[in-house]
Ligand binder design. Structure first.
Ligand code: BDR
Ligand code: CA
Length: 305
């Protein structure tokens, strides 16, 4: 079993990433922490709580964390994910609340209790992870691995330079990349090939109750066509933990721009750096067919439970 702690801001693609985790028996989800990101923290937490019950995640703790960025003004993506953060998806209201305490403490204490065992998967702005690094620098050695969805070596999506999770808290992202671990970075370069096409949507439709999350989630997140559709960015980070062979990775030095007038949040990536000096393994290619086989297999297994 691979133990993972998922830090997220649900978010439609966060929801589909949590569904992948829920449908993957080889993953042991030890906790979900929430961060303000796509929408406000109160909504990302409410969505995580609703998803915990809808996806039958049992008593996995859901712990809220940072409401906003470490230094700068709040940036949201409700124009992409809708006012609630889950687009046209309507889930039953959760019957149980969040765990007491703060996500930053939860991350520190959970990693401290099982050094070398738990992979941290961060699929929202990196405010919680950066605060955990600052609060207890040993989290860097306690984490088995750190996998993020964020950034890109080629382009942005929130603006031409910056991907949303990086732009939403560039200082936090800089702290995480500079912390001393090797960040496994699933950026737009690969996540923009993880598209819900018409064929994928056709395989989601018959999945009963689970389809009530997957189908309105996908269709309110983008226009689905035979060749294109919305990118399920965040699921790439969970898929990497499940099957790293789906991804091609290259060592690089990644620096996060925190000062540029037009480039704040840009991940400046140097693939020519010497291996000793690198701080990241950057995903450069994705086996798209293998990715959807993994995703749909997990969803079909979850729907059949
Ligand atoms: C990332 O930004 C958010 O809108 C998504 O949930 C994903 O984590 C993609 O740029
Ligand atoms: Ca996200």
């Amino acid at each position: 079993m691979k133990k993972v702690l998922i830090d997220c801001d649900p978010g439609i693609d966060d929801a589909l990433a949590l569904a992948l985790a829920a449908g993957s028996p080889s993953l042991d989800l030890v906790g979900v922490t929430t961060v303000g990101g796509n929408v406000d923290l109160s909504l990302t937490t409410a969505n995580a709580l609703a998803l915990r019950e809808f996806l039958q995640l049992g008593d996995v703790p859901v712990t809220p964390g940072m409401a906003g960025a470490l230094l700068h003004r709040t940036v949201r993506a409700d124009h992409v994910h809708g006012a609630t953060g889950l687009g046209d998806v309507v889930l039953p209201a959760p019957t149980r609340g969040p765990s007491p305490g703060h996500a930053v403490d939860f991350i520190v204490e959970t990693l401290a209790a099982a050094p070398g065992e738990i992979t941290l998967v961060a699929i929202g702005p990196l405010s919680n992870v950066a605060m955990a690094v600052r609060r207890e620098p040993r989290v860097v050695t306690w984490a088995r691995d750190i996998v993020i969805m964020g950034g890109s070596f080629s382009r942005g999506n929130h603006n031409p330079a910056a991907e949303f999770n990086m732009l939403a808290d560039p200082e936090a992202a800089a702290i995480v990349f500079e912390a001393g671990w090797t960040v496994k970075q699933m950026g737009l370069d690969v996540t923009l090939s993880a598209l819900v096409t018409a064929d994928v949507l056709d395989r989601m439709r018959p999945l009963g109750r689970l389809a009530e999350l997957l189908v309105p989630g996908a269709t309110s997140y983008g226009v689905v066509t035979a060749e294109g559709g919305p990118a399920i960015h965040d699921a790439c980070a969970v898929a990497y933990v499940l099957d790293p062979s789906l991804f091609t990775l290259a060592p690089a030095v990644v620096n996060v721009e925190t000062a540029g007038t037009y480039t704040r949040g840009m991940t400046v990536t140097d693939f020519k750096a010497t291996p000793e000096g690198t701080n990241a393994l950057v995903a450069t290619a994705l086996d798209v067919k293998g990715f959807w086989d993994l995703m749909l297999g997990a969803y079909e297994g979850l729907a059949a439970r």
